[in-house]
Design a protein around this ligand. Structure first.
Ligand code: CAA
Length: 260
């Protein structure tokens, strides 16, 4: 596969997807969306690939938002009739059942922050800066920021970020539970790839199941979530990897996974 606005490479069982419009600070235009949908679908379909990392090219940005130049030429009817921004969730988040990590290497603003929050978790470099500055453009978040940011960091901070458009640095983002971990800038990709390789070494079906369970916590009541958790747990006990995992523990050896 060759792309114009992203690069994709496979390193063993990990797919690395890099947003590649560094001159535009990796701003997210329609072509980026189209290519990311294709890249994530290929990752999901390839049984040799068990975790993915999404990062930004260049030293400055993960993504500085939806492409303002592209949006400035559109009319309200275009946004409404195309259900603009909808495919980010319907085609990428919902269809990617396998785990993926956002490695945020700089600005993650507007759609960039929202894209990072679509990942299963975020690892940030010390240089990362998160924000929802859409208010300064006369609009508001459109790719999930008002919802995912609020669920991640709570109402007060999310409201402050959206109403002032201010940026949040990496240290505050970690303290606020927006990111899983902050690492030195030069070590970001290496760290994210190692973390992804660690996940890729887990029983693949159990990885998907763990992701599904944690995500259920955002969509359901506690009672419903606990039922979902128990049912998925019970299904996993019928897997070959459950037998292998428990046998490997008892026999004091590493498990060999079948992914079923
Ligand atoms: N869309 C299109 N182009 C962008 C862009 C964006 N979101 N962000 C940066 N660029 C472009 C700039 O236009 C500039 O291009 P030119 O060299 O052709 O002029 C290039 O990237 C470099 O940017 P700057 O010169 O501005 O770099 P800087 O270091 O001075 O500032 C910045 C960096 C603070 C991130 C600044 O670029 C900025 O504020 N960008 C816009 C951030 C923003 O408002 N994002 C939200 C977009 S709306 C959105 O995302 C809606 C949604 O909810 C999905």
């Amino acid at each position: 596969m060759t792309f114009e606005t992203i690069t994709v490479e496979q390193r063993d069982a990990v797919t690395l997807i890099t947003l590649n419009r560094p001159k535009a600070l990796n701003a997210l235009n329609s072509k980026v969306l189209e290519e990311l949908i294709e890249a994530f679908a290929a990752y999901q379909a390839d049984s040799s690939q068990l975790c993915a990392v999404l990062t930004g090219s260049g030293d400055k940005a993960f993504a500085a938002g939806a492409d303002i130049k592209e949006m400035s030429e559109k009319e309200a009817a275009d946004f409404y009739l195309d259900d603009f921004f909808s495919p980010w969730t319907s085609e990428i988040v919902k269809k990617t059942r396998k785990p993926w990590i956002a490695a945020v290497n700089g600005f993650a603003l507007g759609g960039g922050c929202e894209l990072a929050m679509m990942a299963d978790f975020i690892i940030a470099s010390e240089n990362a800066k998160f924000g929802q500055p859409e208010i300064k453009l006369g609009v508001a978040p459109g790719m999930g920021g008002s919802q995912r940011l609020t669920k991640a960091i709570g109402k007060s901070k999310a409201m402050e970020m959206c109403l002032t458009g201010r940026m949040m640095g990496a240290e505050e983002a970690e303290r606020s539970n927006l990111v899983a971990r902050v690492v030195p800038h030069d070590e970001l990709l290496d760290d994210a790839m190692k973390t992804a390789a660690q996940i890729a070494a887990m029983p693949p079906m159990a990885a998907i199941a763990n992701k599904e369970m944690v995500n259920a916590a955002f969509e359901t009541s506690l009672d419903q979530g606990l039922i979902i958790e128990r049912r998925i747990f019970q299904i996993l006990t019928a897997s070959e990897d459950k037998k292998e995992g428990m046998a490997a523990f008892v026999e004091k050896r590493e498990g060999k996974w079948k992914g079923r």
